[in-house]
Design a protein around this ligand. Structure first.
Ligand code: CP
Length: 300
């Protein structure tokens, strides 16, 4: 029985099935899921991922075990692995975990002792964000019906972005043509294998998808925060009205959110006609239903 930890561990036919299943659920397909139980453990702040997993579990008719890490026995020193074994022992089928540590799940996957629930990675440090990636794929596929040959530009704090890491690899595998834009201090050579770096204004009128990333003030250094200029960043790396006007008619704007308004995107453009930011959130519920069905083997 599988976990869902890194979208890039899945083969392309399975990813296509998950995209199609997400869209079918959105269009009203019924789930045959048994009555199962999920625990959502969020060690980092979240609005979208946490609440949309809860909504997905509700729509599947599952029970939810609410765990606040700060109020749990982990605050007394119990490990995450022992916590997950405990949840399995009391009948939890799936644990959805967001954690500040990249690869938090390695200990759990290698665990040879008492079993743990199926694991769903809701974001690990600057590692991966596979459920965000699936909902992004659903949103792009819903718009264009394919990935091959699409020009997709990812702009922002690449170095700290788990969304960018998940998306760069999977979009490259799906045949998209990727370019990356970032301030020099937030570039990472890792992205070179999936595309190339550019300036935001290069070929902007040729882009099908322009994806912006949040400036993650909680992950950058104190010095970077002190030196950060909103105006300078917005001018060089932000979506301004002038840049919006250059986009081709069919282009769409994406952002995993939360958006720092007037930093990554001019506030008035967050809900502009080309923006799919709130559609991404809507699609997230159905993508997460598809993920929960998948890990509990309901859709295979
Ligand atoms: N996109 C995303 O992961 O948002 P949250 O941090 O609010 O879950």
């Amino acid at each position: 029985m599988p976990d869902f930890l890194n979208i890039n561990e899945l083969d392309l036919p399975l990813i296509e099935r998950l995209i199609n299943r997400s869209l079918a659920l959105k269009q009203g397909a019924k789930s045959n899921s048994r009555h199962l139980a999920a625990a959502n453990l969020f060690f980092e702040n979240s609005t979208r991922t946490h609440s949309s997993f809860q909504m997905a579990e509700n729509k599947l008719g599952w029970s939810q075990i609410l765990i606040d890490p700060q109020a749990s026995s982990m605050a007394k020193g119990e490990s995450l692995l022992d916590t997950l074994k405990t949840l399995k022992a009391i009948g939890v089928d799936v644990a959805v975990v967001r954690h500040q540590q990249a690869d938090w799940y390695q200990d759990m996957v290698q665990n040879k002792g008492y079993p743990v629930p199926h694991l769903v990675n809701a974001g690990d440090g600057n590692g991966q964000h596979p459920s965000q990636s699936l909902l992004d794929l659903v949103t792009i596929y819903q718009e264009f019906g394919h990935f091959a040959g699409l020009n997709i530009r990812i702009t922002g704090d690449l170095r700290h972005s788990r969304v960018a890491r998940s998306n760069a690899e999977i979009l490259n595998r799906l045949g998209a043509r990727l370019t990356f834009v970032a301030p020099p201090q937030w570039r990472a050579p890792w992205f070179d294998q999936y595309g190339h770096y550019a300036e935001l204004d290069d070929d902007l009128d040729q882009q099908d998808v322009v994806m912006f990333l949040r400036v993650q003030h909680e992950r950058i250094t104190q010095r970077e925060n002190q030196n950060f200029s909103v105006l300078d960043y917005h001018q060089h790396y932000g979506l301004t009205p002038a840049r919006y006007q250059q986009l081709k008619p069919s282009a769409i704007i994406m952002h995993p959110a939360p958006v720092n308004r007037d930093v990554e995107i001019a506030s008035d453009l967050v809900e502009a006609p080309k923006s799919r930011i709130f559609r991404q959130m809507e699609n997230g519920v159905y993508a997460r239903m598809a993920i929960l069905e998948y890990v509990t083997a309901e859709s295979r």
